[in-house]
Design a protein around this ligand. Structure first.
Ligand SMILES: Nc1ncnc2c1ncn2[C@@H]1O[C@H](COP(=O)(O)OP(=O)(O)OP(=O)(O)O)[C@@H](O)[C@H]1O
Ligand SMILES: *[C@@H]1O[C@H](CO)[C@@H](O)[C@H](O)[C@H]1NC(C)=O
Ligand SMILES: *[C@@H]1O[C@H](CO)[C@@H](O)[C@H](O)[C@H]1NC(C)=O
Ligand SMILES: *[C@@H]1O[C@H](CO)[C@@H](O)[C@H](O)[C@H]1NC(C)=O
Ligand SMILES: *[C@@H]1O[C@H](CO)[C@@H](O)[C@H](O)[C@H]1NC(C)=O
Ligand SMILES: *[C@@H]1O[C@H](CO)[C@@H](O)[C@H](O)[C@H]1NC(C)=O
Ligand SMILES: *[C@@H]1O[C@H](CO)[C@@H](O)[C@H](O)[C@H]1NC(C)=O
Ligand SMILES: *[C@@H]1O[C@H](CO)[C@@H](O)[C@H](O)[C@H]1NC(C)=O
Ligand SMILES: [Mg+2]
Length: 663
């Protein structure tokens, strides 16, 4: 009954007006081929959609019907009835994050160049807002609650007269025709919606109604107010749309629009409207809804695993390379190759461990060459650069009695030195083996002694620089498949030998091989090598460790023990029992005497390696020991110098140990 009544009133209203004025009406179903006046961001897309804003931020746009309309009745000059319907949609690239708004406008001019975007919706600015000279009516669809304009919420429709302070507004939605309850709609849902605006020139009533796209116009308007638009709208006025954006790339779109003066606006056939652009591609089916996230998740997991594996692999083979190492390029081996050569430094390839680290056997995959890899750990020692320079330059040395350095590799905290593999291992294993195991006969021992002497002579005198070995001992003499001796590990002791600080002068070497003056001054020289070589000679002939060896008469130091036998003229008694008397007495006593001479505490008594070679080759007669001062004893000498021999000797002396030397 109420519905019928309202229709009748409207009909009468419009009928009355139509008698006196001409009827103006238009209908846009999409905007292709139309002559709309567009400015700023307003565009008509190829499918006919009117984008009043095109997604550019902080911009405004306007679209007007090209010609002005006559709003007043010539007879009484009052604004006549009119009716508007339009379909719009607001979209942004972020779903439900669309911002600012769109307004239907009736205005005296199409020129809104001085209006502002953002909260001004392209309608006015702070100076002109609410000025009666504006002469505009706007129906705003606003997504922002603006305190400045007393907005009710962030999803409202409002009637604006001359400014943005709506004379009346309401949350977006509609009143249900059946039970009258309010049904909320959301402007930034991205859905197309319809708006109906009616003004009755007689009653001065303005009705604004909204609904979803498919709906018939609801009976109950959302906003109904009375306002005499004759005080606002001028005789000739333009109709159109204004919209603005802020920081979000929103598009305010109009799909269809109909306008009628003095009669109800034509219905918009929604099947003929252009489509709104998609926010994001909709999943094709429920199945995809399930499969897609699972597929994405598994893809990410697989990708992550692959990346972790890759990083792990890179980390496993990571090396440290610095600019100064460029010159050693050819000597550098890749960690990956060494890793594969030793099957990841497997324990079954462990050859032994010394004072500097573990030694592994390996086979280079490229050349099938057998190698020994020594892993030396260094905790960012300052001298590492000099050390590597030295080790690598020494690596250039080639001599048949020196273990060849093939290359090196450096990683964080460790240095890998790669040597020729010596198939018969180190000499100490033959000298101190348990009874009954294979030992070396005299010829082999003498051959090795001469070999090591010639290797050491090369280091001292024949190479371009004087190289001090610093760690001559039986375990650093390696034996190849043809029982030749090779001196190894030269220069390595250098790594621990950076004690320039007087307080912490460290002497590195192996007990029993350290010359007394080295303990005192901490300064290595070729003659300290000769001292160690002397001990080595005694070791090879006697088959005894240089210190702590078990003898009946309780001598702790091998040199003292041999010396005592020499004094008693029983020198040959010191020769290794394991030889069972099968040795050349002449050569053995020569080596023993030479050993004593080389291990002499006074440096001026010791021969140099040149002389040692001549003595061993019988090209120079050995000086008679009686002519040199042989009245020393290592033990008493060390005690005289203030060393406590018992603490020194009690430590395991067969391995390299750091000995702090006092001054
Ligand atoms: N090039 C090599 N070929 C075969 N075996 C080797 C090689 N280098 C070392 N070894 C073996 O590895 C063991 C450990 O060597 P390493 O040099 O680390 O200890 P060391 O000689 O006992 O003491 P130092 O640290 O004073 O040299 C040696 O005893 C030897 O058996
Ligand atoms: C506005 O809506 C009311 C309520 O439905 C109705 O009575 C009135 O006629 C409407 N006015 C116009 C101009 O449509
Ligand atoms: C658009 O305007 C041009 C002239 O300005 C006119 O020729 C044309 O017919 C108009 N088109 C429409 C659809 O009004
Ligand atoms: C939107 O319109 C403005 C002004 O015409 C233009 O500079 C901009 O390139 C347009 N942006 C897009 C995405 O079309
Ligand atoms: C629009 O109005 C401004 C002043 O508000 C004026 O400077 C400008 O020239 C006008 N533009 C047009 C196209 O009339
Ligand atoms: C707008 O202006 C009118 C008078 O022109 C005044 O009554 C009204 O309070 C103003 N509104 C605001 C929000 O300033
Ligand atoms: C009114 O009807 C609509 C369906 O037409 C329904 O969704 C809504 O819940 C109803 N409201 C009330 C209060 O009954
Ligand atoms: C809307 O348009 C379609 C296709 O042009 C037509 O089939 C349909 O009858 C129209 N609907 C109305 C209500 O006019
Ligand atoms: Mg060694």
């Amino acid at each position: 009954m109420k519905f019928f009544h309202s229709c009748l009133v409207l009909f009468l209203c419009l009928q009355l007006a139509s008698i006196t004025t001409s009827e103006v009406q238009f209908l846009y179903l999409g905007f292709t081929g139309t002559n709309l006046s567009l400015d700023d961001t307003a565009t008509v897309t190829s499918n006919g959609l009117l984008q009043v804003t095109n997604g550019t931020i902080n911009r405004k746009g306007h679209a007007f019907h090209p010609t002005p309309l006559h709003f007043r009745t010539p007879s009484n000059g009052m604004v006549q009835s009119f009716s508007v319907t339009f379909v719009f949609g607001i979209r942004s690239s972020y779903l439900s994050m669309s911002r600012q708004g769109l307004a239907f406008v009736v205005a005296p001019s199409k020129n809104f160049s001085d209006a502002l975007p953002n909260q001004y919706l392209g309608l006015t600015n702070m100076v002109k807002n609410n000025k009666t000279t504006n002469h505009f009516l706007a129906i705003e669809l606003d997504t922002v609650e603006n305190m400045e304009f007393n907005d009710i919420d962030s999803n409202h429709v409002g009637i604006d007269i001359n400014g943005l302070n709506s004379i009346q507004s309401h949350s977006v939605g509609y009143y249900d025709d059946m039970n009258g309850s309010f049904h909320k709609m959301s402007l930034n849902s991205g859905e197309a919606m319809q708006v109906w605006l009616e003004y009755c020139g007689e009653s001065k009533q303005i009705n604004v109604t909204m609904g979803s796209l498919e709906m018939e116009k609801p009976v109950r308007p959302l906003i109904s107010t009375t306002y005499d638009l004759s005080t606002v709208i001028q005789e000739s006025a333009y109709v159109g749309f204004s919209a603005s954006t802020d920081e979000i790339d929103t598009r305010h779109c109009v799909l269809g629009w109909s306008f009628s003066m003095n009669r109800p606006a034509q219905k918009i056939n929604i099947s003929k409207l252009p489509k709104l652009p998609r926010n994001s591609p909709k999943p094709q089916s429920k199945l995809l809804d399930i499969i897609l996230p699972i597929a994405t998740a598994s893809f990410i997991i697989v990708l992550g695993a692959a990346i972790i594996l890759l990083i792990k692999r890179k980390w496993r083979y990571a090396e440290l390379k610095e600019y100064w190492e460029v010159e050693f390029g050819p000597h550098r081996l890749s960690y990956k190759d060494l890793y594969h050569a030793t099957e990841g430094f497997h324990d079954k390839y462990l050859l032994g461990a010394g004072g500097f680290g573990k030694v592994y056997k390996g086979v280079l995959q490229s050349s099938r060459q057998e190698i020994a890899v020594k892993r030396v750990s260094h905790e960012s020692r300052q001298g590492i650069k000099e050390f590597i320079c030295e080790v690598v330059s020494i690596g250039h040395i080639r001599h048949r009695n020196l273990v060849q350095l093939l290359g090196y590799c450096r990683r964080k905290g460790e240095l890998l030195l790669v040597y020729d593999y010596m198939s018969n291992g180190s000499l100490d294993k033959y000298l101190y083996c348990v009874e009954g195991r294979r030992t070396l006969n005299w010829e082999q021992r003498f051959h090795i002694i001469k070999g090591i002497a010639s290797g050491l002579l090369y280091l001292h005198e024949k190479w371009e620089k004087v190289v001090i070995h610093r760690d001559i001992k039986a375990s650093n003499v390696l034996i190849d498949s043809e029982m030749n001796g090779h001196l190894g590990d030269f220069g390595l002791a250098r790594l621990y030998d950076h004690g320039t600080d007087l307080q912490t002068t460290h002497v590195v070497g192996t007990m029993g091989y350290i010359a007394p003056e080295l303990l005192l001054t901490g300064k290595a020289s070729p003659l300290t090598d000769v001292f160690a070589f002397g001990t080595f000679l005694l070791e090879v002939v006697c088959g005894q460790r240089p210190v702590n060896h078990k003898t009946e008469d309780g001598q702790a130091i091998l040199a003292d023990w041999v010396l005592e036998h020499w004094r008693k003229d029983l020198l040959t008694k010191t020769v290794d029992m394991r030889l069972r008397g099968n040795y050349n007495v002449d050569e053995a006593s020569l080596v023993l005497k030479l050993g004593l001479l080389c291990s002499h505490p006074f440096t001026n008594v010791r021969p140099n390696m040149q002389q040692v070679m001549l003595y061993l080759d019988y090209e120079l007669p050995l000086p008679e020991l009686t002519h040199v001062d042989m009245s020393f004893s290592m033990l008493s000498l060390m005690q005289d110098e203030g060393f406590d021999p018992y603490t020194l000797l009690s430590s395991s002396c067969a391995t390299t140990s750091e000995v702090s030397g006092g001054r």
